[in-house]
Design a binder for this molecule. Sequence first.
Ligand SMILES: Cc1ncc(COP(=O)(O)O)c(C=O)c1O
Length: 445
Amino acid sequence: MNTPIYDYLNNLIDDDISRLYMPGHKGNHPYDYIRDMSKYDITEMTGADSLYEPDGIILQSEENTAALYGAGHTSFSAGGSTLCIQTMLSLVASPKDTVIVARNAHMAFINACALLEITPYWVKPNYNDNFGVSGEVTVKSIENAIKAMPNAKAVYITSPDYLGCMSDVLSIAKVCKKYNKPLVVDNAHGAHLKFTQTDCHPITLGATICCDSAHKTLPVFTGGAYLHVSNDSKITKHEVKTKMSLFGSTSPSYLILMSLDLNNKYLFESAKADFAKLQDTVKQLYEIAHEKGFEPISPNRDLTKLTLDAYKVGMTGEELAVHLREHKVECEYASTRHVVLMLSPQNSKLDIDRIKSAIAKITKKEPIVNKDISFELPQAIMSVRQAVFSKKELISIDNAVGKVSAETKIKCPPGVPIIIAGEVIDTYAQKLLKKSSIFLINVVK
Ligand SMILES: Cc1ncc(COP(=O)(O)O)c(C=O)c1O
């Protein structure tokens, strides 16, 4: 697999041309620590192609990625999945349109709704009492939503979610095709899913368009992401680029683009074998964890993530995170109840041994009985955009019942936004906010 961006940058360094262009460090950073790295950090100059109008090295590299993922076309983002989500929404909907969306959506989606004046029609993901999470969104609930909102422009789901729960993308894609709705998937946590033992990447499973935060699970610098469009879709690459340029910086980082380029080589040469090995390692870790009373969070889950329900061993998620830290393991995330360990083939044997040893040293106590409150959708009386851009005041949660929230509060569990800008705070939401240690909120004045 060729690496046109990386090769171009190396040639540029070898050519030793005087840099009378941006950035200010001129490839000769004043501090040693990043001087070598700064040589690769250039701007969109002649020969270096242009991210939003590519016809050279960036286009070649993006085409390599599209071929690896079996996508119709792929565009790079140096602004993470956040930029891809803004782009995807603007491709499938216009201001004042409605999009059907599973309520475990990330803040980036809700912010994009505010920017683009899109109205979400929420679908509740299934609540799993045993694990106190809301992850999977069912085919039935999507079909019911399409029937209730036949004019909705698209269906938007998040899979995998932060805890690693996945939805049945294949069946949801079939339903979307039946009703002629594009299926948009936030696959921020699933860039590697093309390369696991079973290919369960959303593009393979029938999504119209999806974003992958390559930086979250693959060896890519923070901010590097993909926007894939399926072969079946009429959305052109030109449309993607035009829409992405509405939101993205005109100075994309070549360090990020270079790492996306080199990632193609990694995906082509090593990813399949590496991820097969990683899945075996995570399986082993689950076996060790099972002896302590932990169980996998869902049968349909990302098999490279280790998500531990601390309640099963009589601890809170925060306590378990402290225990892991004492054994030199820092988790990705700890909630009141869960701890998420994100593993990748780049983790060393030492990392894995530390996890094993930390789990083995847990002193199991009486499991904590689930006191999580399942989730009810509050009533929206204002659009996300109206509420976000309204005059607001910061008040105590104690006085918030009946007020319209001017911001979005997300806490996990239950893994869904508790209140979204434009929704009326009811006693239910008030209880959940307090339970999530949120005591102040901006409301519409
Ligand atoms: C589900 C989900 N979607 C989107 C994003 C945004 O991705 P990025 O940080 O690549 O912009 C995140 C970030 O954590 C996420 O968890």
